[in-house]
Every structure is written in C-alpha cells, then in structure tokens.
Design a protein around this ligand. Sequence first.
Ligand code: GAR
Length: 205
Amino acid sequence: MSRRLGVLISGRGSNLQALIRAIQEGRLDATIAVVISNIADAPGLALAQAAGIETVTISHKGWPSRADFDREVAGALTAHQVDLVCLAGFMRLVGQPLLEAFPNRILNIHPSLLPSFPGIEPQRQALDHGVKVSGVTVHLVTADLDAGPIILQRPVPVVDGDTPVTLAARILEEEHRAYPEAVRLVLEGGWRIEGRRFVALRTTA
Ligand code: GAR
C-alpha cells in the first residue's frame, strides 16, 4: 500500500517538486497527502496545488508558544493520516509535540555534509571555510538542529570561482536525486537506529 507523506515547506518547493516527480515517474511508491507551509505565499504551495495535492498554511506567528504551533502542525499531519513527514526547505525548528507525534518519522534535507555547516547559509559557510567538497545530507530529525541520524549523504565538488549561488545550484541538483532515494529507503523499512547510526537493511546503490 502506498504510504502517505506530509511535506513541510517555507518557500520555493523545488525538493517538494522532486518528490512529486519521483512519485509520478514511479521511482517512489508514496502519496503526498498534504503540503503544509508556514508562509502563506510560499511558491511551493502553487506547485502542490498544480499537482492536485491538498495544501494547508499554518503561520508560525501569533501562537502563545512555539509548542502551540508545533501541535497545530502535528494535528494537521495526523488529520491527513500521514505516515512520514518530509521537511523540504522548512525553515523552522521542530519541537517536541511534532517529534513525539512522529518519532523517527520526520526527515530533513540539508545542503551540506553534516555535521559540517549546520544552520543557515550552509553553502556560504562551506565557501568561507574553503572546503573542496560539500554536498547533501538527508537525516532523521531530532530535537537538535541538523543533528539526527544520517540516512544518506552525497558529495558535491566546490569549484574555483564558486559563489554561494553557484554552489547552491550544484548542490540542489543532487538534493533532487537524494531526497526521493532517502524517502524510498525509509519507506522500505527494515532499518534500525544504532546509537547515532541509521543502519539500512540494504543500500540504494
Ligand atoms: C534546499 O536547499 C534545502 O536543502 C534547504 O533549503 C532549500 C530549500 O529549497 N534547507 C535547509 O537549509 C534546511 N536547514 P526548496 O524550497 O527549493 O526545496
């Protein structure tokens, strides 16, 4: 049975689009049950609607506490009977109410080889540090920022003359391949967490 994804976005939605395409092309056996944005005019919402996917906007502003926002998001995901949550450029910290509602069932994609360059502007951080290789990480989300067990990583070269914009574009191409693969790996099941390690039953290679 096709599993139900909830995708959380804040902006452009190109990783959302990559998931939609992977499903349409039969590379990922899943259904996107709902796309939730904390930003009302996030361009990714229109991408979802064009694909016939239900969308919900839940602003992060105006709640008594961050936990209330998290509870609202968790409630919307649960109402749509979501099995797995994919953060796709969702620029909010995930708090306990959401983590408890979906234990080890929230994925994030980050444009660096974690634990290098967590947080904001990872491509600029990579250039500032002078690394020759950066890349993509897909990981399980925990209470610590960009620090959960790593599901999959892909290297991307840094070349002379790169700017944050050119490096981000090269990494993004790899993100669009990596995220559907990581989601497929998680949905296949048979994996376990050993300490910090995500141990898959078999590899995607
Ligand atoms: C992507 O590069 C994603 O990895 C990054 O934001 C971009 C969203 O693009 N996420 C983070 O930096 C999370 N810490 P998109 O909206 O086109 O998918």
